[in-house]
Design a protein around this ligand. Structure first.
Ligand SMILES: Cc1ncc(COP(=O)(O)O)c(C=O)c1O
Length: 459
């Protein structure tokens, strides 16, 4: 079957808001052509992010009722710690309320001014947290990972040549750690193969550089390994996850993705001295080490979610649903990033809107049109998110990829919702020649895409 059956039935429902085109036009104008400024009650299908938007299971909701809200030593913490250790295998498990806090704790402990941190592609919060600590984030993904139409089973792979060139150029002493994002969100939710992880590890070992995973979508990455990497077809997801993490020194995790919860995260390391420094900082900014900014019930929900996400029926459906949407669009010639990633379909905005130059934010213009057309909220991953001014030359620097991400929340939408989304995108595609670019009216100095205000440029 092209689209696997949902491996669950619906127990609780939430009405979906409907709006008129006129209403949406007014909302968009008021929001400064930035979908982050649009109230959720004005959104019909919300594909802004797959982060923190999952539907929890009855088992997770039941877990909330046995939350132990003791300040220190909550029983839920111990269950959470045991689960994380069992799957990820790292010795020290430090809870945090979401992924970027784990990143901040790690980088403010390990990164100093002028340090370089390589990754396949840094996610926006990862890059921003490194830069906040005056480090320099370097992307080293394989070239195929930068070409939207190029088919490759593991487009998230690290380019070992690029990585070694960075190490040689800047020197081991200026590289406190290397990251690997699984799956690679900013590159299209593309997986990294175990062969590549092993080779990355071997290269880093030659220079004594620790490897940390940005593990938000680790289960989806494991599923792709099972489906695509020779030798893994008969392996279960848990054993693939254990093999991946056995090759690292630690990880940051936003449990809002493959933890199947609405809030939560953690940081792991095998290094006791590092864990102690991070824990001291955690107490200062986030909370006691057995809750780390979370309620005991949240820790219970994460522990249960981490088990559920390893279920193969769930993963087959999850990856299949995203692929189904991608296939509907691809069949009609809509330019999408291929192969379809694990958590999202990415529209290639450069090809969708070839008449809009990158400094007029074609991907952002497309997100606005999707909202106007069907009340669909997607997110721009392109010049607005990653463009910046070069501090030396003052010139605008734009990223290679100019995309619109349609991130599918886990266990939330059905086949009919995916069909509705595809139909709206096709309508926009048919009238693409009439779409105008945007210009910025206001922007913040960092992570500008969250709060920027824009307006359409004259035709
Ligand atoms: C790859 C990656 N790393 C880190 C984060 C940050 O996680 P959080 O939103 O929980 O802070 C995200 C969130 O989308 C992500 O996709």
């Amino acid at each position: 079957m092209d689209y696997p059956m949902e491996p669950y039935k619906i127990k609780v429902v939430e009405p979906i808001p409907r709006t008129t085109r006129e209403e949406r036009r007014a909302v968009l104008e008021k929001a400064g052509y930035n979908l982050f400024n649009v109230p959720a009650e004005k959104v019909t299908i919300d594909l802004l992010t797959d982060s923190g938007t999952s539907a929890m299971s009855d088992n997770q909701w039941a877990g909330l009722m046995i939350g132990d809200e003791s300040y220190a030593g909550s029983r839920n913490y111990f269950r959470f710690e045991e689960t994380v250790r069992d799957i990820f295998g790292f010795r020290h498990v430090i809870p945090a309320h979401q992924g970027r806090v784990a990143e901040n704790l790690l980088f403010s402990t390990m990164v100093k001014q002028g340090d370089y941190v390589p990754n396949n592609i840094h996610f926006d919060t990862t890059r921003a947290n490194i830069e906040h600590n005056r480090g320099i984030a370097v992307d080293c993904v394989i070239d195929a990972g930068l070409h939207p139409r190029e088919e490759h089973p593991f487009k998230g792979n690290m380019d070992l040549g690029k990585l070694e060139a960075v190490i040689r150029r800047f020197g081991r002493d200026r590289i406190p750690l290397c990251l690997l994002t699984i799956t690679n969100n900013s590159g299209g939710g593309q997986p990294v193969s175990l062969e590549n992880i092993r080779a990355t590890r071997a290269l880093l070992d030659r220079y004594g550089i620790p490897l940390f995973f940005d593990a938000c979508r680790f289960a989806e990455n494991c599923y792709f390994i099972k489906m695509r990497e020779p030798g893994y077809a008969d392996r279960d997801i848990l054993s693939i996850a254990r093999e991946i993490f056995s090759l690292g020194d630690g990880c940051t995790m936003s449990a809002k993705k493959d933890g199947l919860v609405n809030i939560g995260g953690f940081l792991c390391t095998n290094d006791a001295a590092l864990a102690e420094r991070i824990t001291n900082l955690l107490i200062l900014v986030e909370g006691f080490p057995t809750y780390g900014g979370l309620a005991g019930r949240d820790l219970e929900a994460i522990a249960r979610g981490l088990r559920e996400v390893l279920d193969e029926d769930y993963l087959e459906f999850r990856i299949g649903q995203v692929r189904f949407l991608g296939n509907l669009l691809d069949a009609e010639g809509v330019p999408i990033l291929k192969p379809v990633g694990g958590h999202a379909v990415y529209l290639d905005a450069r090809s969708f809107l070839p008449g809009i130059p990158q400094h007029r934010f074609p991907a952002q213009a497309l997100t606005c049109e999707l909202y106007l057309e069907g009340g669909i909220r997607a997110v721009e991953i392109g010049g607005l998110m990653f463009g910046h001014r070069d501090p030396d030359t003052g010139a605008d620097v734009f990223p290679e990829l100019e995309m619109v991400r349609l991130a599918i929340p886990r266990r939330v939408y059905t086949t009919a919702h995916m069909q509705y989304v595809a139909e709206a995108i096709l309508s926009v595609f048919r009238r693409r020649d009439s779409i105008r670019g945007l210009e910025i009216l206001h922007e913040a100095p960092v992570l500008r895409h969250f709060t920027a205000r824009l307006r359409p440029v004259a035709a």
